[in-house]
Structure formats: structure tokens, C-alpha cells
Design a protein around this ligand. Structure first.
Ligand code: ZN
Length: 130
């Protein structure tokens, strides 16, 4: 009968261990769901903010930007480094650099079309322009 008693105790221990593991897993599932809900909330908030900010941008510029994002991905507003486009690394025509430095209009790279901005820290580096 002693053997049966030992087996009984062993069974109880195993059952308790299974219950503990189960409740730990349940807690992890709950924590993961909570984190997922918080991320969704955060994403919705960021999307709303983005809409708000995008609405403040000139429509033509916004459409141009969004077209570029669709065709090139995220990196569509690039600095000019030493006279070359920060996106495609092609040398830019001097007139384009002058227009860009003027900061009066949106200037696109003559090769890839990405929107360029003057990078004061790096300069244009093409002599006379920067
Ligand atoms: Zn380019």
C-alpha cells in the first residue's frame, strides 16, 4: 500500500506543478495582451497626431512627399553632403544647389527626385556655393 501512497503524493505534486505552470502561462498571456492593447492605443494616437501634422503641410508638398514614400520608402527627405544627394549620392548641378540653399521652394534631386535640404553642417562643398 506504501507504493500506492507514494504514487498518490507524486501525482498531487505533479498536479500542483501543472497548475502553477498554467497560472504562470495565463499571467504571461494577460500581460502580453495588455501590452498589445497599449501598443495599439499608442499607434492610434500616433496616427491621429500624424494626420493632424500632415494636414498642416502644404497639399502639393504633402502629395509629393507621399508619392516619394510609396516609390522609395522612408528615406525621401535627404541632406546635401558635399554637393551630392544624401539619397542616391549623385553629384547635383550647381544651380540646383543654389536653389536648395535659398530655402524658398522644395527642391528635388535631379537624379532620384528625393526632396533635398541644405545641410549647414556639411555644406555643399562645391566651392563658391556654400
Ligand atoms: Zn538623389
Amino acid at each position: 500500500m506504501e507504493q500506492a501512497e507514494t504514487a498518490q503524493k507524486e501525482l498531487l505534486r505533479a498536479t500542483q506543478a501543472a497548475k502553477d505552470a498554467r497560472s504562470l502561462a495565463d499571467e504571461q498571456v494577460r500581460a502580453t495582451r495588455r501590452a498589445g492593447r497599449e501598443s495599439e492605443k499608442e499607434l492610434a494616437q500616433l496616427e491621429a497626431n500624424r494626420e493632424e501634422l500632415a494636414a498642416a503641410v502644404d497639399e502639393g508638398a504633402r502629395n509629393r512627399y507621399e508619392r516619394l514614400v510609396r516609390s522609395k520608402g522612408d528615406n525621401v527627405v535627404v541632406g546635401v553632403h558635399h554637393g551630392v544627394c544624401g539619397g542616391c549620392h549623385m553629384k547635383l548641378p550647381p544651380q540646383l544647389l543654389v536653389t536648395c540653399q535659398g530655402e524658398k521652394e522644395l527642391v528635388g534631386c535631379s537624379n532620384c527626385g528625393r526632396i533635398l535640404y541644405y545641410n549647414a553642417r556639411h555644406g555643399f562643398g562645391c566651392g563658391g556655393v556654400s
